[in-house]
Design a protein around this ligand. Structure first.
Ligand SMILES: O=C(O)COP(=O)(O)O
Ligand SMILES: [Mg+2]
Length: 242
């Protein structure tokens, strides 16, 4: 079917059979959850906290990348020299991960909210016959409960997390595997995301890609990312009558 993009997009429309939708920064504003779990983890490790806006720039490449970035940041702020920083992060990593997972699961969804237009926008695409899958870099143990808590789980035929495949976005593997499971061609599968990870994965998989303008893109402008379209809300993804 034909999905139209708003004015200002690179393409006017794409012809697709399915859409793969990202989670953090695209469907749910989860920075509050990340910040709370990190605050509790850092307290357990007797390390100083960091501001939520710093966390926002570190989200999107999965848990391991997030925790390594957080630990490197707080150690540097505490005066740790660049030399030996990686080793210092490595020494804390296993404990940090265990404490973070414990806290994240306890607070998952309590400090986060579904963005305006997500449910209506995706329901309209589904009602029009588009097949939907969710592909996030968030681990599956956090993903399923969050989708259920926010009433989003019923929208998707398939849900895959950052630990579902050997490689995460921006690698094309999660998108290609999802297309394979759905039995759809990547060129007819629209990636809907909020960051360069989603766009790069889509380009490498040869999926068309549309980005939301309200999410997390490592502190960079999402308009500067190579994509086919941009929307301020998922309700702007209109299915054309043919
Ligand atoms: O990095 C994460 O944990 C989540 O990222 P994503 O849902 O935007 O893929
Ligand atoms: Mg995202």
């Amino acid at each position: 079917m034909r999905v139209q993009f708003p004015a200002g997009s690179t393409c006017k429309f794409v012809e697709v059979d399915a859409a793969i939708v990202d989670l953090d920064g695209t469907m749910v504003d989860t920075i509050g959850d990340f910040a709370e779990a990190i605050t509790r983890m850092l307290a357990d490790l007797q390390l100083p906290n960091l501001p939520a806006n710093k966390v926002e720039h570190m989200v999107g490449k999965g848990t391991e990348h997030l925790l390594r970035s957080v630990l490197a940041y707080v150690l540097t702020q505490s005066g740790h020299p660049a030399q030996g920083l990686e080793d210092a992060v490595q020494a804390l990593f296993a404990t940090a991960l265990a404490r973070y997972e414990h806290h994240y699961i306890a607070i998952n969804g309590a400090h986060s909210a579904v963005y305006v237009g997500v449910k209506e926008g995706l329901q309209a695409l589904k009602d029009a016959g588009l097949r939907l899958a969710c592909v996030t870099n968030k681990p599956m143990s956090f993903t399923r409960p969050l989708l259920v808590a926010k009433g989003l789980d019923g929208l998707f035929e398939q849900v895959f997390g950052g630990d579902s495949f050997p490689r995460k976005k921006p690698d094309p593997m999660p998108l290609l595997k999802t297309c394979e499971v759905l039995g759809v061609a990547p060129a007819r599968t629209l990636m809907v995301g909020d960051s360069s990870n989603d766009a790069q994965a889509a380009r490498a998989a040869a999926c068309p890609v549309v980005l939301v303008t309200y999410g997390y893109n490592h502190g960079q402008s999402v308009q500067a990312v190579d994509a086919d379209g941009w929307v301020d809300s998922l309700v702007q993804l209109q299915v054309a009558a043919q």
